[in-house]
Design a protein around this ligand. Structure first.
Ligand SMILES: Nc1nc2c(ncn2[C@@H]2O[C@H](COP(=O)(O)OP(=O)(O)OP(=O)(O)O)[C@@H](O)[C@H]2O)c(=O)[nH]1
Ligand SMILES: [Mg+2]
Length: 249
C-alpha cells in the first residue's frame, strides 16, 4: 500500500542524500540496501510515528495478547540496544538507557504506529545476555524465542569496535538457529570506528554468524550509530519491510 504523502519531498530527498553519503563513506555491501523509494516511504512512516511504552514482561502471559507484527533487539549487555530503539523510534528517552551493564532486566514492549499507515508494530527491548547468568536470562527468553509467532525478526546487536562474536553471542545464535528465528546482525556504535575498519569487521562477523546459524542469519549486516544517527534510516526501512509495511525487495 502506498503511504500518504504528508511531509515535504525536500525532507525525503535530504534523507536519501544522507543515506547515499553513508553508503559511499562506509561501503555499500555492509548495509542492508534499501531502495531510495523504500527509504523515502520509511521516512514518511517514521516522521508521523507515535511510539508508546506498552508493558514489561517477565512471563509469557504478560505479552500473549499483543498481536501486531513484532521485532526484537537482542545483544550483550551495554551493546546499545535501548539507545538504538530510541534512535529508531525517534525518541530521546522512551527507553531507559544506562552506562551500567545489565540495566534492562525484563522484556520491554513498545508500540510503534504512524498516521501514514494503518498497521502498527510491536518493538521489544530484550535484557542483555552476558551479564546475568545464562540460567537466569535463559528460560524466559528461550520460551519467548521458541513460541512467539508474532516475531518477524531479531536484530542481534554486536558492538562494531569489539570486532568479533563473543561466546554469549554464539550461544544466542545457536538458539535462533534451533528455533528458526530470522536474525539480522546490527553493528552498533560505529561512530567509534573508522569506516575502512567497518567493512572488514562486518564481513568477519557475518561469516562467523552464518557458520553458526546458516538458516537464521540474514546475509547482510546493518551498521548504525545511535549517537551520530548513521544507518538508522536503513534499519527503519528494514523494520518496515520485515513487518510487511513496505514491500520486500
Ligand atoms: N559512542 C556511542 N555510545 C553509545 C551508542 N549507543 C549507546 N551508547 C552508550 O552505550 C551505553 C549502553 O547503552 P544502552 O542502550 O543502555 O545499552 P543496552 O544494550 O540497552 O544495555 P543493557 O540494557 O544493560 O543490556 C550507554 O552509555 C550509551 O550512551 C552509540 O551509538 N555510540
Ligand atoms: Mg537496555
Amino acid at each position: 500500500m502506498r503511504l500518504q504523502s504528508a511531509i515535504s519531498s525536500a525532507a525525503a530527498m535530504q534523507a536519501i542524500r544522507s543515506n547515499l553519503s553513508t553508503i559511499r563513506k562506509c561501503g555499500r555491501h555492509v548495509h542492508s540496501v534499501a531502495s531510495n523509494m523504500a527509504q523515502s516511504d520509511a521516512l514518511k512512516y517514521f516522521s508521523q510515528r507515535d511510539a508508546k511504552f506498552l508493558l514489561s514482561a517477565v512471563i509469557s502471559k504478560h505479552y500473549s495478547h499483543l498481536t501486531d507484527p513484532e521485532i526484537t533487539f537482542a545483544g550483550r549487555s551495554n551493546v546499545g540496544k535501548s539507545s538504538l530503539i530510541n534512535a529508531v523510534l525517534r525518541s530521546a528517552s522512551l527507553v531507559k538507557t544506562s552506562k551500567k551493564p545489565g540495566h534492562t532486566s525484563a522484556l520491554n514492549f513498545f508500540s510503534l504506529s504512524s498516521r501514514a499507515h494503518p498497521k502498527s508494530i510491536t518493538v521489544v527491548d530484550m535484557p542483555g545476555y552476558g551479564f546475568r547468568s545464562h540460567q537466569e536470562w535463559g528460560k524466559f527468553i528461550m520460551e519467548y524465542l521458541s513460541t512467539r509467532k508474532e516475531l518477524q525478526r531479531v536484530f542481534m546487536l554486536v558492538e562494531a569496535k569489539v570486532g568479533e562474536l563473543k561466546s554469549t553471542d554464539e550461544s544466542f545464535l545457536d538458539l535462533v538457529e534451533q528455533y528458526g528465528v530470522s536474525t539480522q546482525i546490527v553493528l552498533t556504535k560505529i561512530d567509534k570506528l573508522k569506516c575502512a575498519d567497518l567493512e572488514k569487521i562486518s564481513s568477519k562477523i557475518i561469516d562467523a554468524a552464518t557458520e553458526i546459524a546458516p538458516t537464521a542469519v540474514q546475509p547482510q549486516a546493518i551498521c548504525c550509530s545511535s549517537r551520530s544517527k548513521a544507518g538508522i534510516d536503513h534499519l527503519q526501512a528494514e523494520i518496515l519491510r520485515v513487518c510487511h509495511i513496505l514491500p520486500t525487495k
